[in-house]
Design a protein around this ligand. Structure first.
Ligand SMILES: [Zn+2]
Length: 376
């Protein structure tokens, strides 16, 4: 972070030209009270679930949460659309410029077509029975085509992505990973300890999920490995993968996948607190030089889609973390993870990252009262 004698020089539409000392900046310098940061990047969201805000109780655990989402996600089209618009408005207001958004439907397409925020759309596949893999794959290919046709210009980017290690069969993993041009993927990872048990030996709470859904997974006896090790072999080494949540990731897990290229670790602390009453441990990932990014998850498991709030909860619970590090996760690391760092994420010449002012801070920390807004 630079101190307050630096001047950020941009064009009128926010393309960065340079950063100068105040003494060299000449006339017309505007002074803003607070801290200037590049626009925030939200690496994990489900915009299409925005109408579920407040619908699911907190603290019910992941399997009950998934069952509740499946049961409650249907709603009238105008209810879904107005919730999506309000959620995007809120992200825009606080200075989010790009979003990695999970899509199971085309519900978010009309709002995204307004082009106010950059999106990478992760068209998500799930299905744990081997015989269902081809049908599931064809369904998400149709969804992919709908997104690709809606955005003929490369403003938005799309890819196919697997839901989670416990919900995708090896057959479906292979089809998704092998989809032509699929260079950037995302996967929910270790959001519950039950996921590790299920991957390892095929037992635990996820059997209750499949039983409740009436799906016979009697063929599955475990892989002998915890996730994500259980499924990384399905991806190609030249693919980037954003692992999301990582709430029950251990030192041993990180040692086991050390050296695997293109991995990003997305933390969604408010969503974890909402569903499981627990926070991820960022210092664990820092010890392993892992690249950390931030996400809000959806309004089904969060009260706000606010990257500032995600920074704030980490700052409060991990007071040794400098704000500069947290902001790096929220800006340049996020832009790199979404492969938008040519344009976003930092105040470098030629980029147009969005300029966000954080004000009402407590000294060098956000504290309780800090707010953010886009100034350019
Ligand atoms: Zn999610």
């Amino acid at each position: 972070m630079r101190q307050d004698d630096s001047v950020l020089v941009t064009t009128e539409d926010g393309v960065v030209e340079t950063i100068l000392p105040l003494a060299d900046a000449g006339e017309g310098v505007e002074q803003l009270p607070g801290l200037l940061t590049p626009g925030f990047v939200n690496c994990h969201c489900h915009l299409e679930l925005s109408h579920l805000r407040g619908a699911i109780p907190e603290g019910i655990g992941l399997v009950n949460f998934i069952l509740a989402v499946l049961k409650q996600r249907g709603a009238a089209p105008n209810t879904i659309q107005s919730a999506i618009k309000a959620a995007e408005d809120a992200m825009l207001d606080e200075g989010i410029v790009a979003v990695g958004d999970i899509c199971n439907t085309t519900d978010s397409l009309p709002q995204k077509a307004s082009g106010r925020i950059y999106y990478h759309n992760f068209i998500e596949g799930m299905g744990f029975t081997p015989e269902g893999a081809q049908g599931r794959f064809e369904a998400i290919c149709r969804l992919f085509s709908a997104f690709a046709e809606a955005y003929p210009l490369p403003i938005e980017t799309n890819s196919l992505t697997p839901h989670a290690p416990y919900s995708v069969s090896p057959e479906l993993f292979r089809l998704i990973a092998g989809f032509p041009g699929n260079h950037l993927l995302s996967m929910h990872n270790q959001e519950s300890e039950a996921e590790n048990e299920f991957c390892l030996q095929g037992t635990g709470d996820f059997l209750r999920l499949y039983s409740a859904l009436g799906i016979d997974i009697g063929h599955f006896k475990g892989t002998g490995q915890r996730s994500p090790g259980a499924c990384l072999a399905h991806f190609y080494r030249n693919q980037s993968l954003i692992l999301v949540h990582n709430l029950y990731t251990s030192e041993e897990d990180l040692r086991a996948i050390r050296g695997y290229p293109g991995l990003y670790y997305c933390l969604c602390p408010h969503a974890n607190q909402y569903i499981s009453g627990r926070l991820p441990d960022p210092e664990l990932f820092m010890r392993h030089d892992a690249i950390i990014v931030l996400g809000t998850d959806s309004l089904a498991s969060n009260h706000r889609l606010s990257i500032l709030d995600e920074i704030r909860i980490l700052e409060r619970n991990y007071p040794r973390l400098p704000l500069a590090t947290l902001l790096q996760w929220a800006t340049s690391n996020g832009a790199q993870a979404l492969q938008m760092d040519g344009l976003l994420g930092s105040f470098e010449r030629g980029k147009q990252p969005g300029i966000v002012l954080i004000s009402h801070m407590e000294g060098a920390r956000l504290g309780r009262e800090a707010v953010s807004r886009r100034v350019l």
